[in-house]
Design a protein around this ligand. Sequence first.
Ligand code: ATP
Ligand code: MN
Length: 529
Amino acid sequence: MSFNLNQHGIQVTDVLRNAAPAVLYEESISREKHSAIASSGALIARSGAKTGRSPKDKRVVQNANINDDVWWGSVNVGLESASFDALRKQAVDYLNTLDRLYVVDGFAGWDPRYRIRIRVICERPYHALFMHNMLIRPTAEELSEFGEPDYVIFNAGCTPADTSILGVSNTTSVSLCFTRGEFVILGTEYAGEMKKGVFTIMNYLMPKQNVLSMHCSANEGQKGDVSVFFGLSGTGKTTLSADPHRLLIGDDEHCWTDQGVFNIEGGCYAKAINLDAEAEPEIYNAIRFGSVLENVGFDAKTREVDYTDGDLTENTRCSYPVEFIPNSKLPCMGGHPKNIIFLTCDAFSVLPPVSRLGPAQAMYHFISGYTAKVAGTEMGVTEPEATFSACFGAPFLVWHPTVYAELLAKRIREHNVDVWLVNTGWTGGAYGEGERMSIAHTRAILDAIHDGSLKRSAMQADPIFGFDVPLTCPNVPDEVLIPSNTWKDKAAYDAMAQRLAGLFHDNFAAYAGQASEELLSAAPRANGN
Ligand code: ATP
Ligand code: MN
């Protein structure tokens, strides 16, 4: 019997299930506008109007079985189940009008004890190739025994959502129903929406089984020591986890069980803007046949990709299977972490390039989830903008942040993990004066964490943030390690540090009610506190 999607209400008979990358290339080139093959062999595709995720358009279906579990609010906006039915029907009706559909059946989670079966149903071949890369690819035998999926993604992103449906405020709609095991996408073709949908599903399921799901990358040293790198978008998870001296476990989504860590995904999704072959050779060389390049510019004649081209978006991306990184670890699992690294991109030039966190400080910074970006203004003047995102990944959380924080605190205690805060952001003075920390310095800091030398360095407590700051680190000039030394105007540094401390306080107010004395004592000392 041939494969069909009748049980999902889809009658289209021409369905390509788990098609080979070469087939998806042919499909993309012949059927999708703006597709091309890069000189490196990667498939170039465009995602259309949306070139990033649409967190404000995410909805979670309310229902008595899950209502007590979910952290309702701006991250998880509730949706009536009748509205979900209407959105699902709209997606299915649309998919039924198409002459051909693509299905990708794959797994999320490398640990067989926790893995779930995901089915993606989509219109665009590039979406199928993307999810072929990002899910864990089943063997031929696993595919023949796949059975019924645990979760189905209906990707009808090429058609706008019907805004007359109650609770649907926009033509973009990303809605998740945990009880039905269904995820419906309308009005956005950004591929990353699918992979972060799978992460959200894992963020719901895992804590139920006492497993901590984490927005982090992970790698492993020669002695089997695992590091995990938490951080918001752009802080360096993907860049820094690709390390020539260490095996890559994964670049974005992991879980921590009683046995150690496992990657949720089968691939990586790297930022491509200004990608440099020398600074990031592993990622650069992973972009070849089978990889998907999203929204990049390229030379019309040579098909050479121009990584500096941000015309369509600054968020140009590349997706590739994890084994395209030469020193990846298969299966993508490792032991308990020895080091936890919180990555932040501090555009205020206040936080040291590296500091060591005590247990309460670790929890404080995990719940705060701080990073910043330099936002441009029309005058060409740039000013940093702080972002606080609980657990370094609030948009993907399903339970209240304290559920994840408590699981993390317990694991850190049990396994005696060292926790570090690494600033990959600005150094050398306020915006306009400073510059981004060099990748070479950040890598030298990570090397010193991994070989144990940084832990033995002399440290000095930061007067405002309280954490210990190493005074020396091999291959990093001493003056870089203490930010106030890099500022020409020390008073300006102090003022900026006070300002940032104040932002931490304002953000933490939402959690202060539930926080212990010990946790509150880890807050920075802003003026008047
Ligand atoms: P996302 O969650 O969106 O995937 P990410 O945390 O994986 O984000 P990266 O893709 O690693 O972020 O992006 C970090 C970007 O910053 C890269 O473009 C990298 O080249 C650049 N960069 C510049 N300086 C540094 C540094 N010192 N450390 C890390 N990355 C840096
Ligand atoms: Mn990444």
